[in-house]
Design a protein around this ligand. Structure first.
Ligand code: 2U9
Length: 343
């Protein structure tokens, strides 16, 4: 039996030595040390030994078992380590390979311009107020001194949703709502940016466009306040050297009304294609709030005055960036916004 145990040990050593995978090693462990393994089978024959031999053989069998156990454990550690090294070697990353490029978008230029305009007015103490895009005729027209007979209310200009509701054609209803909410309290000093909708579609008009309208109502407000405010706006957006001029105009909601030009941003007033050789380009409309509008919104026109202005955000962005077709802003083409990454 001693010899048999010795030859089992020798055979096990050989097999452990040549085992090249963990699976092989496991199988080998079962064959030698398992319940039906070679040593257990041998120990079952202990009954045929003399009582003196039994403990000696038992001890020897245990020593052989322990040695096989320890050898398989060592080999197991070695094989695990080797498996890990092989895996790492296969998984190694070639850092010299070119990376897979990612498309990073940029803000739409209209968002950049809108934020810059908002910042300008915030720095002058204005509050930003937003309101609904779906309006009714009272807030969009009537309160603003645009009676039912006014051509702007025509189905051809306005998107009507029902007889009662329409898509706002300007952000002025936000100002009307704000004044009514204030119930005559002073001052009102707000700008309302947002999308507006008109049945227009050509290189300089889009059916959806964005405006930023401003309104100041207080005692002793004059047209000089309006002009100073707009000059500061023009200089903050287009440069300190810019001048503005006011030309008489007509809007139903302001009286007097003016169209406002800025000294040409391309030629500095010398005359070029952008300003049609005039040295001036129109950037916005403005005026003193019409007494009827003040009355409709709960203010006494004999005690308070107001000025208002409306700026097309696309118009400012087209001038600032030299964009020729307003529809480029709404094309969704990443090549447009990509040019504005980083502002
Ligand atoms: C209230 C009272 C008066 C807003 C004004 C303009 C003049 C104007 C245009 C500019 C370019 C529209 O986007 S555009 O086509 N706007 O010329 N807007 S005064 O007047 C108001 C607003 C609200 C309560």
């Amino acid at each position: 039996m001693k010899n048999e145990l010795n030859s089992i040990l020798q055979a096990a050593k050989k097999e452990i030595d040549s085992a090249s995978s963990l699976a092989q090693l496991n199988e080998l462990k079962v064959n030698y040390l398992g319940k039906k393994g070679e040593i257990t089978t041998l120990l079952r024959q202990m009954g045929s030994l003399s009582p003196e031999e039994r403990p000696v053989m038992g001890k020897l069998a245990n020593e052989v078992k322990e040695e096989i156990q320890s050898l398989t454990e060592k080999k197991e550690d070695y094989l695990k380590q080797k498996e890990l090294e092989d895996k790492l070697l296969k998984e190694s990353i070639d850092i010299t390979l070119p990376g897979t490029g990612r498309n990073i978008g940029g803000l739409n230029p209209l968002t950049i311009v809108k934020r810059a305009m908002e910042e300008t007015f915030i720095s002058m103490g204005y509050e930003i107020v937003e309101g609904p895009e779906i309006e009714n005729e009272f807030y969009n027209f009537e309160a603003l001194n645009l009676p039912a007979t006014h051509p702007a209310r025509d189905m051809q200009d306005t998107f009507y949703i029902t007889d009662e509701f329409l898509l706002r054609t300007h952000t002025s209803p936000v100002q009307v709502r704000t004044m009514l909410k204030k119930e005559g309290k002073l001052p009102v000093k707000i700008v309302s940016p947002g999308r507006v909708f008109r049945k227009d579609d050509d290189p300089t008009h889009s059916p959806v466009f964005q405006q930023l309208e401003g309104l100041v109502v207080d005692e002793n407000i004059t047209m000089a306040d309006l002009k100073g405010t707009l000059l500061l706006f023009a200089q903050k957006m287009f440069g300190k050297d810019k001048k503005i001029r006011l030309r008489p105009s007509y809007f139903p909601f302001t009286e007097p009304s003016a169209e406002v030009d800025i000294s040409c941003i391309m030629c500095d007033g010398d005359g070029c294609g952008t300003c049609s050789q005039t040295g001036w380009v129109e950037i916005l409309g403005a005026g003193m709030v019409h007494p009827n509008v003040l009355k409709n919104a709960g203010y006494d026109p004999n005690k308070v005055q107001g000025f208002a202005f409306g700026i097309g955000i696309e118009r400012v962005a087209m001038l600032k960036y030299g964009v020729k077709d307003i529809r480029d802003f709404y094309s969704g083409d990443i090549r447009v916004s990509k040019q504005f990454i980083g502002g």
